[in-house]
Design a protein around this ligand. Sequence first.
Ligand SMILES: *Cc1c(COP(=O)(O)O)cnc(C)c1O
Length: 232
Amino acid sequence: MIEQNLQRVNSRIQQACSAHQRPEGAVTLLAVSKTFDASAVRDAFAAGQRRFGENYVQEALDKIAALGDVRAQIEWHLIGPLQSNKTRPVADQFDWVHSVDRLKIAQRLSEQRPAQLPPLQVLLQVNTSGEDSKNGLSVADEAGLLALAREVSALPRLQLRGLMALPAPDTDDAGQRAAHHRLRTLFDRLVAAGLPLDTLSMGMSADLEAAIAEGSTLVRVGTAIFGGRPQA
Ligand SMILES: *Cc1c(COP(=O)(O)O)cnc(C)c1O
């Protein structure tokens, strides 16, 4: 089941890349395994998937430990909100964090990143739909985003790679593309300002085609790989 789903998602990605003149391999698949147990991650791993995204720190730590025998072959990404009292295990255990939205969190991650590990790869989370409930920097505050991006790139144990957004669900393709387009525009401005960014994390099960059309380099897909999650 998971193997077929992965094949289906990978072919959706390939088709979207060719439909939008994106080179093959321009888009990375992050399998979002939140709420699914370690055996589901292991099935996806057996089918060739190597990058996994998790939302909840404790749940993720349990799975990282359960897959300890293949730790060196897996990239673990934290994509959920991060509070300052949870930064240490994240700096210790993860490879990427997509949800950085303030300097204090970035500073703690940099201070706590163990010296023997490579720098933690980070993205700044931007709120592209303007809802109060969502985490992330306001898409309207370009100056604030640029200032934070400069400060985060100066931290010694972090490597700033780009931006992430989690837009409000929009069933309409034009609406999906508009949200992704706002993030892409900000990304291009940061690059034009001299920041060496290469990662645009946008697109999920329902809107990965719209995200790839707008320049996504990394799609975060849960439901289409692992199946439906129980309602929270
Ligand atoms: C759950 C989640 C996803 C995956 O969503 P699906 O619709 O299941 O593909 C992607 N990104 C974030 C931040 C999530 O929380």
